[in-house]
Ligand binder design. Structure first.
Ligand code: WQD
Length: 328
């Protein structure tokens, strides 16, 4: 059987492709290349360029490639943009998912994995976020992910497809330098960018009610995200129709923004030049979002292997590949 990986030319999707292929699974990639890069798709992996809104192309792709499982990562993921263009986000993330689910159900898919996000929790007021922590997204991006989870579960139940929603926490790192994130919209690449320009990193808010006053997050290596997909995909096939998993993918360990920036200074050799300056809080940032990783451990026997240093070091190698002048 073949797994169709939508968004497989993107940063996380390309890692999922590599991990599943290395484990002997047959995979194909479906991506509209709006943000993806075809160079990330290995030459021997079938690749279809298309939108998740294109019902005909999806139907033909699923049939032509004998797809029995779908790993759906193709989506829009910028929180700020989702506030400015909510209808675009609902169209791409919700209508696109609906179109894909219709094709998957009609084409006899047995398993469907959905890329969800810790953004479904909004501003959780708990030390560790479990999958039972109430979902209360605070932006259209998070809403589309929560609505997506509902749709996936309902469709799976009605059409006999085993389903999983995987809630990623703060993804960082790269399994290889050429697979690194090319976007500069999260903490680690944003700090790299400032250091490379000779500027001090910025901390958005240092007066939070946390250990050092800066926000705390659960950073997780993209290679661990990928291995969690493999474990979930296999579990769905084993368990069969009726299986439905909702799982956090995190390490269960909080790292503050200040700690992360310090680590970046250390790993990159920028040292004291990486001493951050403080700026006002960014709107909509929760003080602390750290996963409980208990459920994925007990359901799949999975746990993260990489620590924060490995994430920073591998992300830095990728950054230096594209910005050779950055290295000290
Ligand atoms: C982390 C912390 C910033 C840059 C976002 C989405 C979330 C998910 C992951 C997709 C925050 C602080 C950042 C900087 C800083 N996306 N920061 N200086 O906001 O936790 O999560 O990406 O599913 O839905 O909201 O990640 O990397 O943007 O920020 O102080 O230069 O770093 O304020 O506290 P976030 P992030």
């Amino acid at each position: 059987m073949t797994w169709l990986i939508t968004g497989g030319a993107g940063f996380i999707g390309a890692h999922v492709v590599r991990a599943m292929r290395a484990a002997g699974e047959r995979v194909a990639v479906y991506d509209d290349l709006s943000t993806g890069d075809p160079a990330r798709v290995p030459g021997d992996v079938p690749f279809v360029r298309g939108s998740t809104l294109d019902a005909d192309l999806l139907r033909h792709t699923l049939a032509d490639l004998s797809v029995r499982g779908v790993v759906h990562l193709a989506a829009k993921k910028q929180v700020g943009e989702s506030v400015e263009r909510p209808l675009h986000y609902y169209r791409e993330n919700v209508q696109g998912l609906q179109t894909l689910l219709e094709a998957a159900a009609g084409g006899g898919a047995r398993a469907f994995l959905f890329s969800s996000s810790a953004a479904v929790y909004g501003m959780p007021d708990v030390r560790l976020v479990t999958e039972d922590t109430p979902c209360a997204p605070i932006n259209p991006y998070g809403e589309t992910k929560l609505a997506g989870e509902w749709m996936v579960r309902a469709a799976g139940r009605a059409h006999g497809i085993a389903t999983a929603s995987l809630r990623y926490f703060n993804v960082a790192g790269a399994a290889a330098p050429d697979l690194a994130d090319t976007g500069v919209s999260n903490l680690v690449p944003m700090v790299f960018e400032r250091l490379t320009r000779g500027e001090a990193p910025v901390v958005f808010g240092d007066d939070y009610d946390t250990g050092d006053g800066t926000c705390v997050r659960d950073f997780i290596h993209v290679d661990d995200i990928a291995s969690a997909h493999l474990a979930a995909a296999r579990a769905l096939l084993d368990r069969g129709p009726g299986a439905d998993l909702t799982l956090n993918i995190g390490r269960g360990e909080g790292v503050s923004v200040r700690e992360m920036i310090e680590l970046i200074g250390d790993v990159t050799g920028y040292g004291a030049a990486a001493t951050p300056v403080s700026a006002p809080r960014r709107a909509g940032d929760p003080a602390r979002v750290v996963a409980s990783a208990d459920r994925i451990g007990s359901e799949l026997g999975w746990s993260a292997r990489h620590d924060a240093r490995a994430m920073v070091a591998s992300a830095w190698e990728g950054w230096c590949l594209r910005n050779p002048g950055a290295r000290r």
